[in-house]
Design a protein around this ligand. Structure first.
Ligand code: UDP
Length: 310
């Protein structure tokens, strides 16, 4: 049985990860400042004697003795991480340094949730881990992109110079139950709008693409990466590229087709294309997504149907 710390464990991906780790017999401590997470996401594990929830912000130092740390603490949707840009930067810099301190003190392995945003608005498709990216350092997304890039730098420096045990997951767009209805991401926005019969609001012409990975596949990738000996960054995401327009049409059809599709201006620095090359994860982790977009959207729609009703 491992003692595992999951920061951001009350959030969207973190809560699914806690469920998985508890189901595999681990002791799990979840730290979350509850800025975007919720206890409701943890309903399946809160009563487990092997699970503990602590309201804590990783920007503040705190000690714990664990074997493994998954650092998922950070608002991840553009609308959320831009609300308090300085705090977002602190979370992925000062917060990450705090996690490295714990990892070094107790010899734990630290897995950092990095992001496809390290590639910015990429000029190379699909994105491989050795692509350095195309990031605007002073744009509205910079607080997230650049601090996540620095987080990778911090992990690699600690690994090289101090022997820290680190793993870096570059997480591409992920969706599924436990997304919050108001976090501003495209899947949650479209689903809530479609279920309410409101206009589905597409930013720009809708021909920008993303690659959507279902949350159970993502959690499986994270767990495999933690158990592997892969130190450099690894892309985790679904390699099937979908346009935002196509996503809007599919979601609308699934919800009964009552919504009109309307357009609003594209936000500044919104990437045109995003698509992971997952060769490394396939070869070294034996991992690839298994849940199709249709299956995943149906399961997510069921979740939002209950939420919109309640
Ligand atoms: N988007 C949209 N309508 C929305 C929310 C997002 O058209 O209500 C677009 C957004 O401009 C971007 C894509 O959907 O091109 C994915 O946005 P999201 O905020 O989910 O994540 P990102 O991949 O940009 O971090």
């Amino acid at each position: 049985m491992d003692r595992v710390l999951v920061t951001g464990g009350a959030g969207f991906i973190g809560s699914h990860l806690c469920e998985r780790l508890i189901s595999e017999g681990n002791r799990v401590c979840c730290w979350d400042n509850m800025s975007t997470g919720s206890e409701r996401n943890l309903a399946a594990v809160l009563s487990s004697p092997r699970f503990e929830l602590v309201r804590h912000d990783i920007i503040e130092p705190r000690d714990i003795a664990v074997d493994r740390i998954y650092n998922l603490a950070c608002p991840a949707s553009p609308a959320q991480y831009q609300k308090d840009a300085v705090r977002t930067i602190m979370t992925s810099t000062v917060g990450v340094m705090n996690m490295l301190d714990i990892a070094e003190r107790c010899g734990a392995t630290l897995l950092q949730a990095s992001t496809s945003e390290v590639y910015g608005d990429p000029l190379v498709h699909p994105q491989r881990e050795d692509y350095w990216g195309h990031v605007n350092p002073i744009g509205p997304r910079a607080c997230y992109d650049e601090s996540k890039r620095l987080a990778e730098t911090l992990l690699v420096a600690h690994e090289r110079h101090r022997g820290a045990k680190v793993r870096i997951a570059r997480i591409f767009n992920t969706y599924g139950p436990h997304m919050s209805a108001d976090d501003g991401r495209v899947v949650s926005n479209f689903m809530v709008q479609a279920l309410r019969g409101e206009d589905i609001v597409i930013y720009g012409d809708g021909w920008q693409t993303r690659s959507f990975c279902y949350v159970s596949d993502m959690v499986d990738g994270l767990v495999r990466l933690m158990s592997s000996d892969l130190r450099g960054p690894v892309n985790l995401g679904n390699p099937v590229e979908t346009s935002i327009m196509e996503l809007a049409e599919r979601v609308n059809a699934m919800a009964g087709g009552r919504s009109a599709l309307v357009h609003r201006p594209l936000p500044v620095d919104d990437p045109c294309r995003r698509n992971p090359d997952i060769t490394l994860a396939r070869q070294r982790l034996g991992w690839e997504p298994r849940v199709s977009l249709d299956e995943g959207l149906k399961a997510t729609m069921d979740y939002f149907r209950d939420m919109v009703k309640g």
